[in-house]
Design a protein around this ligand. Sequence first.
Ligand SMILES: Cc1ncc(COP(=O)(O)O)c(C=O)c1O
Length: 502
Amino acid sequence: MFTHPKKESRGLPTCPSPAPTQDVGSSCGSGLDEECSRKADQKPLELYGVGELPAVFSSDSPYLSSRGRIVKWFWDSAEEGYRTYHMDEYDEVKNPTGIINLGTSENKLCFDLLSRRLSQSDMLRVEPSLLQYPDWRGHPFLREEVAKFLSFYCKTPVPLKPEKVVVLNGCASLFSALATVLCEAGEAFLIPAPYYGAITQHVYLYGCVRLVYVYLDSAVTGLDTYPFQLTVEKLEMALQGANSEGVTVKGLILINPQNPLGGIYSVGELQEFLGFAKRHGLHVVVDEVYMLSVFEESAKFRSVLSLDRLPDPQRTHVMWATSKDFGMSGLRFGTLYTDNQDVVTAVASLCRYHGLSGLVQYQMAQLLRDRDWINQVYLPENHARLKAAHTYVSEELRALGVPFLSHGAGFFIWADLRKYLREGTFEEEMLLWRRFLNNKVLLSSGKAFKCKEPGWFRLVFSDQSHRLRLGMQRFQQVLGGKPQVAECPSSCPKQEPSGQHG
Ligand SMILES: Cc1ncc(COP(=O)(O)O)c(C=O)c1O
């Protein structure tokens, strides 16, 4: 089970164990965790944080290298919730008192549609080329389909080119590959926080690349502003702060639609952020893994690939996968699109270790080319189911008086449970998280996303209604229907902000 990290040479303080789930990954206590390790006199944590380079914690093993111990430590410490869940998974018949997982960002609503489509006879082909070593960028027939698919769904001004596509086994591998080929060990990416926390490991475990957090908060500071808003000013401040500490920042990671906030950047915002990156010569890695999971019509998503002109095409790299939009996180298919041929080649070289089976490549090409099924069957039904599940959970939260943010995209609601903490600390947040787990409902706490305000939790709603209902009942039992502290602080959104921001 969870082991507290063993402190090594630097005598840094430990911090409470994490509340992560599989898609969140490492959290508080990681060797990269600035909040645990930063010295008191190193100031502006308010504005940014820099993960430590050499992981200062590692698990003991006489068999492993120091790197191996760090890698193992991530596993030992980071996924308590997820592992507990797998030992006691809820099953309506076999384990009705098991844990309901509202923590892992997976779409479990469309298995019926997917299994029917993937079981059709056109999905299986066995021919020599599919059983032999492939072009490591991916089979040409698949890269062609991916280029057509992304051109259509990202609404690109001109058709995308197959030679700028690389396919591999998911976005996690792509983060790892991009970090390795774009940065030197010890360099960093800027990332707005809260963010999908597993990126910490993705960029670190092989690439030894760190993250510089651009902290966002829930305060609304004026007209036309919204909670957890990213601005160029905040990016500039974090970049300056990192530079002043001698950390070389090589790029910016943008997740759009966002995880865990569910927000969507407007075209204006995207252009500003890309302009900022260009001014500083930074790469931009844009993760659009939820791009087809926008289920509210009022929420308008624009892919970065739809922009007429990218400020710095050679430094703009876009990723997508079927893990979320097609509810196939276990299939492991992801793709990179970039104009930069050096990046294509370098990532392709790493695909020798992250490649897809030829049979799966064939299956994916068949799926992505079936525009009729995607447009007429899958997407409308998926969106309707996401919307119904979202409506159910948001109504439950409203009835409980729990404020939350949600923007009609992604699988989750960002719930403000600060009023249920006796004091605003991550220790208290952890206690609440554990009370949920003890009551057999797994959530993700804000700390796992490097949220700087204790008390935020992410609730995943993309699950079948019987599990969702039971999960929400258990959630409600823990909160007891009543806050432990009377009033919500003034920065807390009184209700869900309408539609998309920006
Ligand atoms: C924003 C984001 N990017 C990437 C991933 C990982 O994607 P994959 O399963 O394709 O590796 C996740 C998983 O939760 C995610 O939320």
